[in-house]
Design a binder for this molecule. Sequence first.
Ligand SMILES: NC(=O)c1ccc[n+]([C@@H]2O[C@H](COP(=O)([O-])OP(=O)(O)OC[C@H]3O[C@@H](n4cnc5c(N)ncnc54)[C@H](OP(=O)(O)O)[C@@H]3O)[C@@H](O)[C@H]2O)c1
Ligand SMILES: *[C@@H]1O[C@H](CO)[C@@H](O)[C@H](O)[C@H]1NC(C)=O
Ligand SMILES: *[C@@H]1O[C@H](CO)[C@@H](O)[C@H](O)[C@H]1NC(C)=O
Ligand SMILES: *[C@@H]1O[C@H](CO)[C@@H](O)[C@H](O)[C@H]1NC(C)=O
Ligand SMILES: *[C@@H]1O[C@H](CO)[C@@H](O)[C@H](O)[C@H]1NC(C)=O
Length: 282
Amino acid sequence: MNVVNEDLTLPALFNVEGKIAVVTGGASGIGAMIASAFVQNGATVYIASRKEKALKEFSDALNRRGPGKCYYVVADLGSKAGCDKLADAIKANESKIHILVNNSGNTWGAPYENVPEKEGWDRIMNLNVKSVFYLTVALTPLLAKDATNVDPGRVINVSSVASVMSNSLDSTLAAEGHGLWSYNTSKAAVNHLTTQLAATLAPKLITVNAILPGVFPSRMTSFGYKTQRDRMDASQPMSRTGTAQDMAGVVLFLASKAAAHMSGAKILLDGGLVASLTRPKL
Ligand SMILES: NC(=O)c1ccc[n+]([C@@H]2O[C@H](COP(=O)([O-])OP(=O)(O)OC[C@H]3O[C@@H](n4cnc5c(N)ncnc54)[C@H](OP(=O)(O)O)[C@@H]3O)[C@@H](O)[C@H]2O)c1
Ligand SMILES: *[C@@H]1O[C@H](CO)[C@@H](O)[C@H](O)[C@H]1NC(C)=O
Ligand SMILES: *[C@@H]1O[C@H](CO)[C@@H](O)[C@H](O)[C@H]1NC(C)=O
Ligand SMILES: *[C@@H]1O[C@H](CO)[C@@H](O)[C@H](O)[C@H]1NC(C)=O
Ligand SMILES: *[C@@H]1O[C@H](CO)[C@@H](O)[C@H](O)[C@H]1NC(C)=O
């Protein structure tokens, strides 16, 4: 192998032009950052979530920006039926996809003695864990279609630093006296599902990796950004929270040839937050 003649330039490694991606929860927060990064670099993106108005407005805005394209599908991914419906809508238009970003997610904060069973646990585990599995299963044939061992299909799961955080004296994300037991547990499950799926899908030439974001602006964190922005920044090791460029950098890496040989990775994207915990869990 001649490493001098082999093409190691940025355009050869970091290219998503012409790729087809599915991004769940792609009209707001972290999903919107990811969808915009794909469209700005020439990919076609299908975004999917429950609220049609937000989906339409955001996909119209992305299509005005280009050069890639954005389509949307209205889907409630809290059930297997919802995941299958989304997969069918995509199959009606595409015979293959290259990238699945499993980003839709929800959280529920409540006092320890009073966590409601349905909203507090069942809905969170259904959306954050179960649907990731069923949507991946439903889209595996399309991901496998074009996959090779030098440019495999990609599954990217959005997990969270919450998956490795058990306690924090100063939580800016849950209300005073409230905890995120089900959310944190669901994200730890996402990490392990990522590992298992990486093993299951390697023979089909599909990689599965997870991003563990720290704090990023979104609907989920908007309360904190509105009420205590300064405190949120000050609580971060580098005195700031995450940005769209931070997210785009990692997603474009995971989706392009540069990451063709990476699978089962859990990538912390938190400005050193977990590394700075007094009792690190990773
Ligand atoms: N922001 C952070 O600091 C942070 C940190 C770590 C991890 N995360 C993770 O990042 C992901 C995105 O969250 P975000 O922070 O960007 O919050 P967000 O703005 O609230 O986005 C959540 C997305 O999930 C969609 N969604 C919720 N329930 C759904 C359902 N039943 N079916 C389909 N889609 C559904 C929402 O769209 P609809 O309402 O239209 O359905 C929305 O687009 C989540 O997995 C979250 O856990 C966020
Ligand atoms: C399929 O593609 C057409 C345009 O070619 C578009 O109008 C339609 O919305 C797409 N379907 C989905 C499910 O996005
Ligand atoms: C995809 O993965 C995320 C991150 O765990 C999860 O919150 C979401 O519910 C999963 N499922 C779908 C279909 O988006
Ligand atoms: C859950 O994770 C958050 C970080 O996202 C952390 O602040 C909190 O202490 C963790 N545990 C509980 C029970 O909320
Ligand atoms: C992560 O990605 C794989 C592939 O999409 C999926 O099967 C798995 O269920 C995802 N979710 C979690 C929770 O890891």
